[in-house]
Design a protein around this ligand. Structure first.
Ligand code: TGC
Ligand code: FAD
Length: 391
């Protein structure tokens, strides 16, 4: 078990099955042993610990909800959420790798792929033998992916793909990319592009202050010949990538709880140990206010994530509920992390503690998978029936 006791004020654990608890504890133990000891240095050096990906495959966090006949774990969505929570307590970059691989690469192949595509890619993605990336965002289109410019034209048994994707998690290390692009009629399709296809390059994005242990890059397509058998046959339109994003956004809502819990627990320990004016700083009312508010926020986020997980497992959740928890929980984590940093004083900026690293990571998490404001507008649309995007 973790050396830190993460908060569970409303006894969420009592709502979990024995299997959930086992999964959560084994991921937490792995994070404590394999991630926490190395992650500060990886971030300071701006390098991604890619050797962990195969370990994550062994741990079962890649495609946990994909059926076992394709190499997945066949677990429910609460189990997936718990895994993301524990991974992000280690670092958002580690959770990013697991959520992109699971929700944005394996899931579209599973949902929309041919049987041959499923057999070819899913088992190797589940073990981490293959690493995948997901290309939706473009240099000129982030929040408005429907206006994407990347396109392909038919050429016999192939299509010719042109365009580029930007800000793509794991692009520089990925063996395959699930790429969303328009055909001659403007319809969006998903294509599986393999490293090694002529004209396909993946330059790395350097100089990031956030997610420094994650490899981010571009996907550049210069007349890439993609066999038609690599097109996902069972989906057309923006609904395809958005369906995958629902799953990833849900995982992020749990992940944010992990980052917040790590910050809270570190801050509580520090407050109990650090003395000023002759007493422990946890005795000051202002410190107690911070800790009490942090715990309240984490508890609310836990309940929201757990309930949406239940609804997903009952197939009763909708994308708008997922938008609400992604937005709420990531914002909660940033607020908690910033308060934790205050409690640690100068130590809050040191790599000896995880707090500043979590803050920097969460500044990406609040933007990717739909920005804070985009998710607010999705809720606004749901309330009023009027889209602020297209009006
Ligand atoms: P709109 O006209 O509303 O919808 C177009 C079609 O898409 C369908 N749709 C959805 N389907 C399922 N789930 C959802 N959440 C959906 N949202 C929309 C919709 O039903 C419609 O289908 P159809 O069949 O009627 O055509 O689309 P819009 O152009 O007005 O835009 C809507 C908007 C703004 C909500 C959407 O585009 C959006 O969410 N933008 C944010 C983009 C985004 O999230 N990008 C993420 C890129 S991937 C990433 O960041 C990975 S980081 C991973 C990591 O490292 O962890
Ligand atoms: P923009 O869309 O240009 O938005 C800029 C600002 O304008 C935001 O504040 C936004 O909220 C606001 N805005 C935009 N439209 C509206 C509106 N209608 N009303 C009000 N405000 C608006 N993408 C992928 O496809 N795959 C990945 O793997 C991936 N990984 C990422 C990893 C990292 C580290 C980062 C930082 C990003 C990643 N992304 C990925 C991209 C991410 O999804 C986009 O950054 C995000 O969708 C926002 O797009 P943008 O950065 O172009 O911002």
């Amino acid at each position: 078990m973790s050396f830190l006791q993460y908060p569970d004020y409303f006894r969420i654990q009592d709502l979990l099955t024995d299997e959930h608890v086992l999964i959560r504890n084994s991921v937490r133990e792995w994070v404590d042993k394999q991630v926490k000891p190395i992650i500060n240095e990886a971030c300071q050096n701006h390098s991604s610990p890619n050797y962990l990906i195969k370990q994550m495959g062994e741990l079962g966090v890649l495609g946990s909800f994909i059926p076992s006949k394709y190499g997945g774990g066949g677990f429910d969505k609460i189990a997936y959420g718990l895994m993301m929570q524990e991974l992000e307590a280690g670092d958002s970059a580690i959770r990013s790798t697991a959520s992109v691989q699971s929700s944005l690469v394996m899931y579209p192949i599973f949902l929309f792929g041919s049987e041959q595509q499923k057999q070819k890619y899913l088992p190797k993605l589940a073990t981490g033998e293959l690493v995948g990336s997901f290309g939706l965002t473009e240099p000129n289109h982030g929040s408005d992916p429907s206006a994407m410019e990347t396109k392909f034209v038919s050429d016999g048994g192939n299509v010719i793909l042109n365009g580029s994707k930007m800000w793509i998690t794991n692009a520089p290390i990925a063996d395959i990319a699930v790429v969303w692009a328009k055909d001659e009629t403007g319809k969006i399709s998903g294509l599986i592009v393999e490293r090694g296809f002529d004209g396909f390059t993946t330059p790395e994005t350097h100089n990031k202050w956030s997610l420094r242990a994650s490899a981010t890059g571009e996907l550049v397509f210069d007349a890439v010949k993609v066999p038609k058998e690599n097109i996902l046959p069972n989906i057309a339109g923006l609904k395809g990538p958005m369906t995958c994003l629902n799953s990833a956004r849900y995982g992020i809502a749990w992940g944010a709880i992990g980052a917040a819990s790590d910050c809270y627990s570190v801050a509580l320990n520090y407050a109990n140990e650090r003395k000023q004016f002759g007493k422990s700083i946890s005795a000051f009312q202002l410190t107690q206010k911070k800790l009490a508010e942090m715990l309240t926020k984490i508890t609310a986020a836990q309940l929201m994530a757990y309930r949406v997980g239940q609804l997903l497992d009952l197939e009763k959740a909708n994308p708008q509920q997922i938008s609400m928890i992604k937005r709420h929980n990531v914002n909660m984590a940033l607020e908690v992390a910033r308060e934790a940093r205050q409690i640690l004083g100068a130590m809050g900026i040191s790599g000896d503690y995880p707090v500043m690293r979590h803050i920097m990571n969460l500044e990406s998490v609040i933007t990717y998978e739909g920005t804070h404001d985009i998710h607010l507008l999705i809720t606004g649309y749901d309330i009023t029936g009027v889209s602020a995007f297209n009006s």
